[in-house]
Design a protein. Sequence first.
Lengths: 232, 681
Amino acid sequence: MYNILVVDDDKEIVGAIDIYLKNEGYNILKAYNGEEALKVIEENEIHLIILDIMMPKKDGLETLEEIRKNKTIPVILLSAKSEDYDKIGGLNLGADDYITKPFNPLELMARVNSVLRRYVSFGSIKKEEGKKVYQTGGLLVDDDTKKVMVDEKEVKLTATEFNILKFLIQNKGKVYSIPQIYENVWNEEGFGAENIIAVHIRHIREKIEINPKEPRYLKVIWGVGYKIEDEK
Amino acid sequence: MDNLKSSKLLKMISYILLPIFILLIGLSIFHFAFLEEYGNTDATKFVDTEMFANKYAYYIADNIENAKNQKNGNSRMFMQIEDLNGDKVYYLDKNYMYSYYNGINEYVDFIIIDKETNEIYTNIKIDDYNKEIENMKNAPKYWNYNDGKIETNIEYINNNNIKFNTAFQYFVIDKETNETHSETRNIENYTVYSKYNPEKTSGLTNYKIVEGIYEFCLQNKSLPIYILPISIIGTFLIAVYLLCAIGHEKNQEEVKLSYLDKLPYELIFFVGAILLTIFATGALECINIANYITLIFAVLLYFICYIICAIVGVTTIKRIKAKSFIKSFFIYKMGSWCLSRLKKVFITLDEKATENKRLFWYYLLFIIVSIMLACLFYTGIAIILLIGFWIWAYYRIKKYILDQEKIKNALKDIYEGKNDVKLDDENLRGVLKEMAVYVNDIASGFSNAIQESLKSERLKTELITNVSHDIKTPLTSIINYVDLLKKENIQDEKAREYIEILDQKSQRLKKLTEDLVEASKVSSGNVKLNLEDIDIKELFNQTIGEFKDKFEEKNLKIETQIPKKDIKIKADSRYLYRIIENLFSNITKYALPSSRVYIDVVEKDEKFVNISIKNISKDKLNISSDELMQRFVRGDKSRYTEGSGLGLSIAKSLSELQGGKFNITIDGDLFKVDLEWKMSY
């Protein structure tokens, strides 16, 4: 049983998250501002914090800073601020994820699960010598067993999708255009059906990403190509 | 009354009667004057009047003078002939002194004999002069002078010797005292015989007419007493009537001015005066000549003069009545025009005082220098000074032109939108300095205005962003609880339907708030661009791949026409995708299912690439392309479906932000988007 602290000055939002997470079998603690949240953290063992940013007394970012002074509890920021610099600022302060309001409950659940799994089994996934296993963040591609794991959960890919993903993760951080991917995966020049690759990649994204429109692993650089984000 | 005034017939009669009455007045006055002069005798015939006597006497006196002049050789009026007796005869044609004597000369015969030489001066051509001299003594009217004695039966000459004698006197001017005095003409040396002989010449001549008129006047002494008052009253009445009636026509309130009435009054007046002078002179001359034909002419000319006077008079009256008399003077027009010009000049002088002053000083300087050089021209210094002046002028003009150029460039910069324009006005002088100061003011005002508008745009965006944050929080709860409601096991069919609506609307509200923020950000240019080389082919492969499932759902066929070679543009990859995404998502929403979608990429003159995306709308597009690109506008039918109506507006703003052009064309059901981008190399 994991303890999740939900912090938001809007009681109804806290209530709704409470219902969702309880259904998933989590134990929920509530706080309605930053100071309360810090108190709860002091007094309880918390596995995950869902933290609103705009709150009275102590806002989410200040609270996060406090927490990060001595704790590594994963924090998901939840905010109506949807600007890039808000997200980047939050993540740089040590947040593990960032969800904008109004959120999709399913996405929230998926992110909570993902973050928790990563936190709990942090470091447990070890790259074994000689094995053809490629990993970035919570994404793991095993070329031996042809399995793909996202946050310890297996994802089913077709053979083509697997080959594309394997090629990209082998060269993570590098951007490949469609013809390059075609050449490398099929070992031949591809003409005509170029957008087939794009379709495959969208499918891969839909399978491995929580929000395919804002992918975390398989990124699209429009008009340039695709890449797998290199996460340490 | 008005009928009388506007009666054409009455006017016509008045116009005709008026000259007749005036003529009668004139004739009556003449008649009176004649009677005053000659009417105090009982004479009923012209030959009994003083006038006849005068003319007779003057004729004789003048011819004696002529004879003297002929003898002295001062004149050659007489023609030398010979008679049977062998005397020397000098003959003067009777018509020689025609007009002055009104023809009396035709009826007077004279024989003047010079006592010294016995030469004969005469106006008759006969064989025997001695015999004629005897005849003359028995004529009905005669005048003879012999040995200082006058013999005559002309009554007036007998009765009024003093008056008669004036004919034999003449005026001389004393050269020393400069005074005039009369002297009696010396006729001592002459013997004169003369007679009046009205029967002698046959035919109708002017003298007969004159005689007739005079005799008529003498015989009807009381006639003008009746005619004059009648004529005066008639003239007066007609004049008053015409004064009232001129200019009035039927059914017309105002005085109607014809073309003639608008001509300058002076023109009319002077032309009238000149014509009048000519015709009146002619008429007087005709009266002087006084035969039947010339008298008819005189009357005709009188009427012509009357018509001229009438025209001038009528137009004068009309002008006065229309209150345009003074205004119709050319002088008045000229004067008022000059006055207005002068006023203008003074006003502009006042306004442009400094410019005029400056011009004045410059010009004065120029003139003084010119005069100085002209004065020094022969000294040689002038050439040095002139060259110096030229050089100085060259540098002045050069500096002036360069400074002007500077100001022009600054203005051009402002015009092109640079907002950091600052002119160095230190080295400028006079009007250029003023201009520079103004340009700097404008530039700083301009950049302030830009700053202000940027600031207000930013504030607007901030406001919208903040408001949207405030909306998002309650919206989160709505969405979440609707979602939770959906998961409740609700049996009521209606409740479930309502929840479904709530779900849709709250999702739409979410999309709206997101788009609203984006639109305000993008339209105010409040976004950071991360420009990189974008491959068009790659972009469309990716985006079409992305939307392939959705296109296939609607059975839309994508027809692409993209050149094989790499075409790259500079753009922000994410925002470019937003544009394409918006367009594609519109296509999936609004395109006619099972139709084709064309994507054509064409290089345009090696610098630009044109991307056109065409599709057939499923609904009638009853809206203009401009309207479509405005915020919150969609085709009518699409209004109540998903989407915020901001998609095209955002796409357009994003394109323009990245230096591209975004254009929509609607042609029937064809919906076409043209993107134009500069290619990068």
